[in-house]
Every structure is written in C-alpha cells, then in structure tokens.
Design a protein around this ligand. Structure first.
Ligand code: GUN
Length: 296
C-alpha cells in the first residue's frame, strides 16, 4: 500500500483563511485580537518558532506584541511582564516560548499566566478542564493533531490509537483528547514511553500511531500493521552538510519505509508543524471573542 500524504500545510492554510475571515468581522466590531509573545534567550529553534508565530499573526491580521528578552532575565522580571499582559486589554493571549533557561522555573511561569489568556493551554486550570471534558483552551499541537485527523477523514471512534511519548505538551494531552467521549475522539488509547517493554508489540496493534517521542526512527516499518495511520509529531535536527543551514528536519518515524505501508502519513516538515501555529491563532481569536462576549 502506498500512503496518502496528509498535507498539513494545506489544512493549516484552509483553517487560517477561515480565521482571517473571522478577524475581518471582529475588526468591523472594533476588536483586534492580540497575542503577547515572550522569548527568553537565543535558542535558534525557539527563535525560528517565535518568528513563525509572529508572522502567522500578521498574516491573518492579529496584533502581536513581541518581547525578546536576554538569557539572563530573572524569573521575577519575566513574571512581572506576564502580569502586565494579564491586565492589558489589547492582549488576548500570552505565549511564553518553551523551553526556558534553566534558572527559571517553568511551572511557576506558566502558573503566572491568567488561564483566560493561556492560549497555549498549558495552565493546570486548562489542563484540568480538558481532562474532565469541559470547554477550555486546548494545547496547540494535540489540538492540531485532532484537526488533521478530522480534516483527513480519519475515524477515531472505536479505533486503537497508540501514542508514543508522554510529554506534558504532546503525549499526555493528545492521549486525553482522543479518549474523550466526544466527536472526533472516543478512541481506545494506549500510551507508550521510554519505560515501555517491547514497544513493537503495542504499535503492531495500532490503527493510528501518534509518534511524539522526540527521537528519529522510533517507529520503523516492521513495527506497524498494513494500512496504519501515522501522525508524526517529531521535529529532530539531523546534521546535513548538503543543506545551507547544516541540518535538515526529520520526524520520529522512518517516513520513506512507512509511506509504503501506511494508509495515511504526515511528512516532516509540512505535517503537524503548521497546525501547531494555526491552533495558537485559533485560540487567540477564541479568547478575543470570549473577552468581548461574542458567541458563534
Ligand atoms: N515549545 C515547543 N512547543 C511549544 C508550544 O507549543 N508552545 C510553547 N509556548 N513553547 C513550545
């Protein structure tokens, strides 16, 4: 079987066009949704993510407030800026790019963000609401995965999904979203991780695999059944002297081999990545609507 490639760029672009229309109609009501962006330090991958997020805001007409802080910024300074954004009516969403430098406690920083502006969906209040199935800001990458499956016509109801990875940003929330008793969910979910013995015995049973291990070649062709759906969340930099940047991006799965065995597969880049930013824009627009009491 040769897989259909899920075009994350196209799906993201479709959703961004829909959002752009929403932003136009909000502007007619005098509302411009705003995202406060904070980057501490100069990690090259984080810098490029943040630049892409700001560019995406601009493209759909959102206001973005760019704050690039030096590596030595103290936790107190960072929290002071967050508190200022919490009360700024022009800011509907606050994004603190992770990871933070080691001297800053990530959990304390995320807790400082007002949950009503937590468009990353990382605040414990929003995570708790998500787990009990209440409306909340959903974390962007997991939400993007759900949208990719939905818009690619993949039925999750009753499917066996194997999630590989248990991070707070991807593995844990995507597993939770997929077993909710809801539309585009209701799956049986197995979570595998570095402590799993015989990973292959689980992945072989999967109808859908969400690879979020953060390691290239975690899933190879011998580990899956024919016709599996593969969503590759991994973004790994591999040295490549033929590239101008000196590296190329690969996911967590052996894409070339798996595309001959899967029914559907996401590429890296161009799969899940564009969806993460898109769902951040979605949450920011939602937050502006909630702040202005606009209902769909
Ligand atoms: N670092 C890697 N992914 C993310 C994300 O989705 N949001 C934030 N804030 N930082 C990240």
């Amino acid at each position: 079987m040769t897989a259909r490639i899920i075009d994350g760029k196209q799906i993201a672009s479709d959703i961004r066009s829909e959002l752009k229309q929403e932003v136009i109609s909000l502007k007619q009501k005098g509302i411009i949704p705003g995202l406060g962006v904070i980057l501490v330090g100069d990690d090259p991958a984080s810098k490029s993510y943040v630049t892409a997020k700001e560019r995406a805001c601009e493209e759909i007409g959102l206001h973005s407030d760019d704050n690039r802080l030096p590596k030595g910024t103290s936790q107190a300074e960072l929290i002071t800026l967050i508190k200022k954004m919490n009360t700024d009516p022009k800011i509907n969403g606050i994004l603190v790019q992770l990871p933070l430098p080691k001297h800053i406690n990530e959990s304390d920083v995320l807790m400082a963000i007002d949950p009503v502006k937590d468009v990353d969906g990382f605040h414990p209040v929003n995570i708790g609401k998500m787990i009990i199935g209440e409306k909340s800001f959903l974390p962007c990458t997991p939400h993007g995965v759900i949208k990719l499956l939905e818009r690619s016509g993949v039925k999750t109801e009753g499917a066996h999904v194997v999630v590989v990875g248990r991070s707070n940003i991807v593995g844990k929330p995507v597993a939770n979203l997929l077993f909710q008793k809801k539309k585009n969910a209701n799956a049986t979910v197995t979570i595998c991780h570095t402590g799993t013995k015989d990973l292959k015995s689980f992945t072989k049973q999967a109808d859908i695999i969400i690879a979020a291990a953060g390691r290239p070649n975690t899933i190879t062709a011998d580990m899956v059944k024919d016709g599996v759906v593969i969503i590759d969340v991994g973004v790994n930099r591999i040295e490549d002297s033929t590239k101008k940047a000196g590296f190329r991006l690969v996911g967590d799965v052996d894409f070339e081999a798996l595309k001959e065995k899967a029914s559907l597969i996401t590429p890296v880049p161009g799969g899940v990545g564009p969806m993460t930013i898109t769902m951040l824009l979605y949450n920011t627009v939602e937050s502006a609507k909630i702040a202005n009491m606009i209902r769909d």
